[in-house]
Design a protein around this ligand. Sequence first.
Ligand code: ZN
Ligand code: FE
Ligand code: FE
Ligand code: ZN
Length: 266
Amino acid sequence: MSLPPDYHLHTPLCRHATGAPAEYARRAVELGFQEIGFSDHSPMPRDDFDNWRMRLDQLDEYVETVRRVQRDFPRLTVRLALEVDYLPGGEDWIRDLAARHPWDYFIGSVHYVSDDWAIDDPQKLSEWNNRDAREVWTLYFERLTRAAETGLFEIIGHADLPKKFGHRPSQDCAPLYETFLEAARKHGCALDINTAGLRKDCREIYPSREILRLAFQTGVAITFGSDAHAPEEVGMNFAEAVQLARGVGYTHCLRFAKRQRGSVRF
Ligand code: ZN
Ligand code: FE
Ligand code: FE
Ligand code: ZN
């Protein structure tokens, strides 16, 4: 098996990850990866927006840190990227971030379904008690569709994140998925096959096999990510992720350099 790039790695700058970025790279080399990408949580225009991302004044430090890993691991391809939160109206800020450095790719993620509720935040878990799962799924996939339509992202992160804590609507959500996937195809967004879900209550890769099968049929491309927040999580469960992707028909995933796409067989 040739390992696809692990394109979803965090760094301690986001305040909820551990281990030096060089340790992530060392782990990747040990596992036989040829390519990885750091995609830490991007800053917001206001540093008091929340407490789980780098501050704006740390953005240059982040870039310099990734550059140092590139120099220290010359045989490993190390991409410079961000995981960017999509909130409606945030487009100008994302364009501003995009212009600041020569990024290889942006992962667009929806964590917030309103201005103050990130559905995956363990500290806001009780908010789920006030909500109907179907309502959250609907809000979430509407935002995810809008994120794809902005054209600002190469990759859409963990496309069914609302399942994280095990909440699932009883209704059929296929129409929500189809609308989103059509937007992803049209705007050339790949899906992040994200193994972090296996480490959460949902015990399942993001996105589900159902979504991935629809994605393949729709013609949406993929990338792979461990969403590592610690060095030992790099490349975690990639064998399962590859098996899932192959099982629905994928043979290639995307890679990105300076926001230009290429294709890798896995
Ligand atoms: Zn994180
Ligand atoms: Fe995320
Ligand atoms: Fe992440
Ligand atoms: Zn993530």
